[in-house]
Write a protein that binds this ligand. Structure first.
Ligand code: GLY
Ligand code: MN
Ligand code: MN
Length: 436
């Protein structure tokens, strides 16, 4: 584990909250899938961001300037019997040795620990509303101190959201994080290459998904969200995850699949012809989306905003749909009336990081669109979806759904596309799909 990287992050947090303050951050709790079977455990991104620790039932405390130790972890105690069933536990001693904690305790001592800690604290940085049990613990501890105020106990004066500080830090990626995101993108690019090679008519969408998951697991990654493998008009359902339909020759296959590698996500979409060759109509719509996507990526640099990207994409898409006769009328009026929304109804992209829809505010303090900065990672993903239900559209267009999505790092002078190795030009996709 890169303990220095995590120590740097804690240092930034310590600077942000200052002395006489504590940050309190519980790990996520395990979740039941059904009966007594749990989902594979993943700590909350915020908790992992500062600790690198992945065991459940843990609590991080950061108390800048605290003489007994600033970084404290409360974790599951060692338990030979439970470890026989569920696996290794670091235990309090282990987290001092392997995770750089200054002090550690059993999580079972949390109530006593919190009550002592909060006595000498002015500000508590804790996000209410994510963990009902901990919310109660924090308020109970503070209330207990209040009751003892007349005996000279001091009580924290403020509870401040920890999330907003953490999410601002997470928004700008370090070199270490960029390296992991490049790896997550590379693995997903390989999975999409495999889709292009394995795609053929009469397969079921889940068989394509199987190849994707196999490719992720070969590299120790997992899906960062449920893969969308949508053939034909299923692509017009934006969050289609059934992946159960038989793939038909002559239709398109939209695959939106990304992986999580060591907690960092990729998020990539390609749309390819199931038979290996785009039809005339598919080419026409694809070319509009590709143009909008390439223009947007070309303009990504510090100072750019999602708002600008979206507004340019709307113009390109509206113009394109007008040119092929799907939209009719004056360009400006069509844009003003939001006529494009029938066909392009989502945003141009989002922050990407430990979470696929990563954290960080989309607006600046004035409430305006936030400008990109070096170290931010975004997706760029315009699309056109022509539902079969649309009466006003010629039959030849119906059921075409196309999205193209890449992962883009904002650099000092422009950007770097992390998924650039994956074909997206029509000729390149057709060439990648040729089986020998
Ligand atoms: N895969 C989810 C998204 O593209 O936002
Ligand atoms: Mn996305
Ligand atoms: Mn996506």
């Amino acid at each position: 584990m890169n303990t220095k990287e995590f120590a740097k992050r804690r240092k930034k947090l310590a600077q942000a909250i200052g002395k006489n303050s504590v940050a309190i951050l519980p790990a996520a709790s395990p979740k039941i899938r059904t009966g007594d079977t749990e989902y594979y455990y993943r700590p909350s991104s915020d908790f992992y961001y500062y600790t690198g620790y992945t065991e459940p039932d843990s609590l991080m405390i950061l108390a800048p300037g605290r003489p007994e130790g600033e970084f404290i972890l409360l974790v599951r105690p060692k338990d030979p019997l439970r470890e026989t069933w569920d696996g290794y536990r670091s235990g309090p001693k282990g987290v001092i040795k392997d995770f750089g904690a200054d002090q550690s305790y059993s999580i079972h001592d949390v109530d006593e620990f919190l009550s002592n800690l909060l006595q000498s604290t002015e500000k508590v940085f804790y996000t209410l509303g994510n963990d009902a049990i901990f919310d109660q613990k924090i308020t109970q501890s503070i209330n207990a101190l209040r009751a003892k105020q007349r005996q000279g106990c001091s009580v924290p004066q403020e509870i401040i959201s920890l999330e907003s500080i953490t999410h601002e830090l997470r928004l700008i990626k370090s070199k270490f994080e960029v390296k992991l995101m490049k790896k997550a993108a590379k693995i997903a690019v390989e999975a999409h290459m495999r889709v292009m090679q394995e795609c053929r008519q009469d397969l079921y969408e889940y068989q394509i998904e199987a190849g994707i998951i196999h490719q992720f697991r070969l590299h120790g990654a997992v899906p960062s969200y449920n893969s969308i493998v949508a053939s034909g008009s299923n692509a017009c359902t934006l969050h289609y995850v059934d992946n159960r339909a038989e793939m038909k020759s002559g239709k398109l296959l939209l695959t939106d699949a990304g992986c999580e590698f060591e907690m960092y996500a990729s998020d990539i979409t390609r749309t390819i012809p199931i038979s290996g060759v785009f039809s005339k109509e598919q080419k026409a719509v694809y070319s509009i989306v590709l143009k909008a996507q390439k223009e947007a990526i070309a303009s990504v640099k510090p100072g750019q905003t999602f708002k600008n990207l979206q507004s340019n994409a709307i113009t390109t898409i509206t113009k394109g749909l007008k040119k092929i006769g799907i939209l009719k009328g004056n360009l400006n009026q069509l844009i003003e009336k939001e006529a494009y929304k029938t066909f392009y109804m989502h945003g141009i992209g989002h922050w990407l990081g430990m979470d696929v829809h990563d954290v960080g505010s989309y607006n600046n303090k004035k409430g305006d669109a936030r400008e990109f900065e070096p170290g931010m990672v975004i997706t760029v993903e315009p699309g056109i979806y022509i539902s079969k239900k649309l009466k006003q559209v010629d039959n030849k267009w119906k059921g075409i759904g196309i999205r193209i999505e890449d992962d883009v790092l904002v650099t000092k002078n422009g950007n770097e596309v992390l998924s650039s190795k994956l074909p997206k030009e029509i000729a390149d996709i057709e060439a990648a799909m040729v089986t020998v």
